[in-house]
Design a protein around this ligand. Structure first.
Ligand code: HOZ
Length: 431
């Protein structure tokens, strides 16, 4: 048992493991890839999470992206306090979902109409259904190492937890569905061109994370997204940007705004709920008008547009409109990267860093990482040792080499310096 685990944690874990597979509700939380006992979180505030034993960690997981202002920012908590007493779910339309939908559509030109759902998985699953329904085609294209949630069609050569568990295509997905999912190497426009030429007239949609954020952080190569856009237009394929991580995180206008490429459809996730469980999918009016009850393509949900999640999202997006937010977040992330780069050089650690604006990753691969193959070449055993060392120093990283780091605005310069001091110490022991 690791030294940071006290009896209470052990007891909770024992009970958890009796009832939930691996003791968790999402595989990455089992800490299997880092050979540690999982941390059981009691609370979180700002840049810190605290476990049930009272141990505090600087948190770079930040719920995998949505906590741009850190944990439990007062303005979100106040909003929730104000609205919680008015009812937590109704099963009817509210003004809140209209307000949030207007904010999202106002920031994202391709998102002319949208539907709120409860998670990124629901959003991507629904978007591909719309694309298939509208085009009458069955095949979809995704990229190796990109993760779009856990719906059947998308669990093929997937990133995130599937990479971490070493099972990129999940059993239980019927072979007939796997056959409809064409997989292409990320950042390889020539391979995509060939794939589409070989499947002309059969592909409904292409789904892509504009910045791959579920195999660490792999930014799009120069011109890659532009070429993807051109090819989709040429082949009559619905281009879907999965902006579950990048939407309102990279910029108020999301990755589409940053790279100047508008998709036909877009999926959002936890960020538009200010950290509450939310997702949304949307796109061109002619596509979204095919969704029930306007059109025949069915999708619905009792909790969709949940009033509390909408209020938290509205509160977060209002703050995100502040001009200072993104430059400050990018500055924090760049500071962290520059500090780690210096320490890699100082200690001769076989690692490199990757950053796209405010998304960051430390790869245990000495070469710059720009593809799935290069991600797979990372030394995961070394990451395991690094992770354990950082945890012992009070810094919480994602328990997998294949996840991004998400610094927040609550990560002050002092906290970042404390993190870098921890990296310095841990790197010194890795040699
Ligand atoms: N990469 C995942 C989110 N995009 C990690 C979270 C999870 O699977 O629980």
């Amino acid at each position: 048992m690791s030294e940071y685990l006290n009896n209470d944690q052990a007891e909770i874990l024992k009970r958890a493991r009796q009832l939930m597979p691996g003791g968790v509700n999402s595989p990455v939380r089992a800490f299997g890839a880092v050979d540690c006992e999982p941390v059981i979180v009691a609370s979180a505030k700002g840049a810190y999470i605290t476990d049930v034993a009272g141990r505090r960690y600087i948190d770079y997981v930040c719920s995998y992206g949505p906590l741009i202002f850190g944990h439990a920012p007062e303005f979100v908590v106040d909003e929730l306090r104000e609205f919680a007493g008015r009812g937590t779910t109704y099963g009817f339309t509210t003004p809140h979902e209209v307000e949030l939908a207007e904010m999202i559509a106002g920031a994202y030109p391709a998102c002319e109409m949208l539907r709120m759902v409860n998670s990124g998985t629901e959003a991507t699953m629904s978007a591909i259904r719309v694309a298939r329904g509208c085009t009458g085609r069955d095949k979809i294209v995704k990229f190796e190492g990109c993760y779009h949630g856990h719906s059947d069609s998308l669990l093929v050569k997937s990133g995130s937890g599937l990479l971490t568990q070493g099972v990129p295509t999940s059993p239980g997905v019927v072979p007939a569905l796997i056959a409809e999912t064409l997989v292409c190497p990320y950042n390889d426009a020539a391979a995509l061109e060939q794939l589409l030429a070989a499947n002309r007239g059969q592909v409904a949609c292409l789904i892509v994370e504009p910045v791959a954020g579920n195999m660490g952080v792999v930014p799009p190569a120069e011109g890659f997204l532009q070429r993807v856009r051109e090819l989709c237009t040429e082949h009559g394929i619905v281009l879907i940007f999965d902006e579950v991580i990048t939407g309102f995180r990279l910029d108020y206008h999301s990755a589409a705004g940053v790279f100047g490429v508008q998709p036909d459809m877009v999926c959002f996730g936890k960020i538009i709920g200010g950290g509450l469980p939310v997702g949304a999918y949307g796109g061109k009016r002619e596509l979204m008008e095919q969704v029930s009850p306007l059109g025949p393509i069915y999708q619905g949900g009792t909790l969709s547009g949940n009033p509390l999640a909408m209020r938290a999202g509205i509160a977060a997006l209002r703050r995100l409109r502040d001009e200072e937010v993104y430059p400050a977040l990018i500055e924090n992330t760049a500071y962290l990267q520059a500090g780690i780069d210096k320490l890699i050089a100082k200690h001769g650690v076989p690692a490199s860093t990757s950053r796209c604006l405010d998304m960051f990753c430390l790869f245990f691969n000495p070469q710059p990482v720009g593809s799935y193959a290069e991600v797979m070449a990372c030394d995961t055993a070394l990451y395991r040792r690094f992770f354990a060392g950082m945890l012992a120093e009070g810094v919480m990283l994602a328990p997998s080499q294949f996840e991004a780091w998400f610094p927040s605005l609550a990560h002050t310069r002092a906290i970042l310096d404390e993190t870098l001091a921890a990296v310095d110490k841990v790197f010194a022991k890795l040699g």
